[in-house]
Design a protein around this ligand. Structure first.
Ligand SMILES: Cc1cc2nc3c(=O)[nH]c(=O)nc-3n(C[C@H](O)[C@H](O)[C@H](O)COP(=O)(O)OP(=O)(O)OC[C@H]3O[C@@H](n4cnc5c(N)ncnc54)[C@H](O)[C@@H]3O)c2cc1C
Length: 301
């Protein structure tokens, strides 16, 4: 179960006692507040708090552009303009605080995003639960033959069973030894801060993660992308679904310009112009490397 009974009771209690407020409230986000969205086999992500909405982005932007912008551009048009021109600071006026439960190897990737505030469960202070990420059969894949940093075909039959058995038995044995080392039953027992060191990277940890919308979009751009590892991508997708309800105009602009858009190099622009003029451009006469050309053709055919 991703949440304990105590945590569920806490969420119910918090949702049962709404407070009147003069602060900006985003109705789309209120429906998500505190509720946990299950991710992977034991993980979850839930919104603990948020600040701001689409209007807060517009309000901050109008400090720089003045009330005159109201006449020329509506709010979502202004948000699209800001996104298009990388005017990012108005997006920093919105913040979100999440409670995330995730495997340690996913946390290793996530923590690389330095522009957030993090407070993690202490395995020096507390004993970790016996909860390990064991992939679903369709997420158990072989090494990719074309991408060193990716996975290929899904394992089948005996091979899938062999790998699953290793994952499960290693996790079980490591946790049994963890408990045995901690035990003070007729022995001195090892400190929690040391006993944890033999636990595998698929054990779950938890943290509070607070980030502003600009840096959250950067995180989502990298981690909700199809090239990101599946196990972090599913968290990013769960968060993206909440953000879509929280700041629909900003998310729409982000989807259009960042997730759906592509960055073109000067060489890429030149090749497109030559193609539009009817020229048959090849990799050899494009000035691009093989890798650049492959990525260009993937987008533009
Ligand atoms: C598909 C993929 C593969 C990856 N592979 C690897 C890998 O093999 N090895 C590896 O080590 N990492 C890898 N990473 C991690 C990657 O290099 C980044 O560390 C991670 O994506 C965080 O990005 P960021 O630094 O832009 O984010 P943040 O830390 O959130 O920073 C956001 C932005 O703030 C600015 N910034 C933040 N801190 C500084 C600073 N100290 N100095 C200057 N500017 C700063 C930068 O503009 C940065 O882009 C991978 C990431 C992805 C998405």
């Amino acid at each position: 179960m991703p949440l304990t009974d105590d945590q569920l009771a806490e969420i119910e209690a918090a949702r049962a006692t709404p407070q009147p407020t003069l602060r900006a409230v985003a109705p789309g986000m209120e429906q998500h507040l505190y509720k946990a969205v299950p991710v992977l086999d034991h993980g979850f992500v839930r919104v603990i708090d948020y600040m701001g909405d689409d209007a807060a982005i517009v309000q901050a932007a109008r400090v720089s552009y003045g009330a005159g912008t109201k006449k020329t551009r509506d709010d979502s048009g202004l948000i699209r303009y800001l996104m298009r021109h990388w005017h990012s600071t108005p997006f920093e006026m919105c913040e979100i605080k999440l409670h995330v439960k995730l495997p340690v190897f996913v946390a290793r990737q996530w923590i690389r995003h330095r522009t957030a505030n993090v407070n993690e469960y202490s395995a020096r202070y507390s004993i970790l639960d016996r909860e390990f990420y064991i992939p679903e059969p369709d997420a158990l894949a072989a090494q990719s033959t074309v991408n060193n940093q990716g996975r290929g075909e899904v394992l089948q039959g005996e091979e899938a069973a062999r790998v699953l058995e290793i994952l499960k038995s290693d996790a079980g044995r490591a946790y049994n030894n963890y408990e045995a080392m901690l035990s003070q039953d007729g022995q001195q027992g090892l400190a929690r801060e040391l006993a944890r060191m033999n636990l595998p990277a698929n054990i779950y940890t938890q943290w509070y993660w607070k980030v502003d919308l600009h840096n959250l979009f950067h995180f989502l751009r990298l981690r909700a992308d199809e090239h990101a590892q599946y196990e972090i991508r599913v968290y990013a997708q769960a968060i993206a679904d909440m953000v879509k309800d929280w700041v629909p105009a900003a998310y729409g602009a982000f989807e259009d310009y960042r997730m759906g858009g592509v960055a073109l190099s000067a060489k890429g622009v030149e090749v497109l112009k030559r193609r539009l003029a009817g020229e048959d451009v090849t990799q050899e006469n494009s000035g691009m490397s093989k890798g650049e050309w492959r990525e260009f053709v993937e987008v533009f055919g």
